[in-house]
Unconditional design. Sequence first.
Length: 343
Amino acid sequence: MLNAPHTGFSYAGFSDAADDFSYGSAHDVSGLRVKVSIFADRPYLRDQMREDAEGAGFRLAEASPIGRLLSGEAMPLGDVVLLDCPVVDGEVMAALSRLDLRAGQTGAALVVSTSVNALDDVFGCLDQSDPQILVDPSRAERLIALGQVMARLPARRVRELSDEDRMVLLRLTEQVTQIGERLNTLTPGIGAAAQTVPAQAASAFRFDSAHKDAPADKQVAQQRPEMPDPRMVRRMIRQRQMRARFFDGDLFADPAWDMLLDLTAAHVEKSKVSVTSLCIASSVPPTTALRWIGQMTEAGLLKRIEDESDRRRAFITLTDKAADAMARYFADLGNSAGRVAVV
């Protein structure tokens, strides 16, 4: 797990001059070093984030307390913005919304760390910039986020790492890779019906050719079996959670399926699911759950919906295609679904 300690991983000397563990400079397509802006109230953390960013080859544009964002004065924004925001109030939420809009317009990469208590508010403010959100992250998780930013740079140069450091980085990024691999196996075969459709269909969800001339939303409505009884789905969820009483929970970690089950029950109950609630339902650390939510959103399984009564809040729900796939799955289980101990 990402929160597990990684012994032997030294951050000392993590700088351009270090030979034991460092990246070469991060460059944009023109060859200029990429600028990073850092905003954090905790001085030790601000220094740590600056050290890691500079060690990764970024050029520091600014390292300031969050109050700098609240001043209202114009300021240059780095190509990458690292923000630590464990507590929010009205002013901070307004600043986050402005920062999110500006990052979305400029293409700046936004990496925001927060706490579980502030997650819903932070998530609700960030809907334009496709940010990476980290919850109570370790230093290793922040480095992974920086690595993901670097991976998107069109012209990055990374110096050769030692065998030991390379193995540590592989362990740190292993879970991110597993998310993609498991999603690749999840989306094509989420129900038996998905195996009977033409292989050439481009969508992650595949449907029969009937009603192919009808609009997509009407096709879903016409073909979808009834959604399952939410009480049965909740019972499945409780049965899955019971395993942790007798076994190490990591043995059965399946966050994508746990989230799909929770959202399926909520869909039928017509209840709203916050991002914090969904992270809890996933049974994995919040930062890991957020990566899954991001990947599943890209895969067309989940979507973000704004709270109509409070635009500062947002919820997560199944897409129509995901709801259709879950309905098909439970329809294939048939009457035996209610007697299944764990699905």
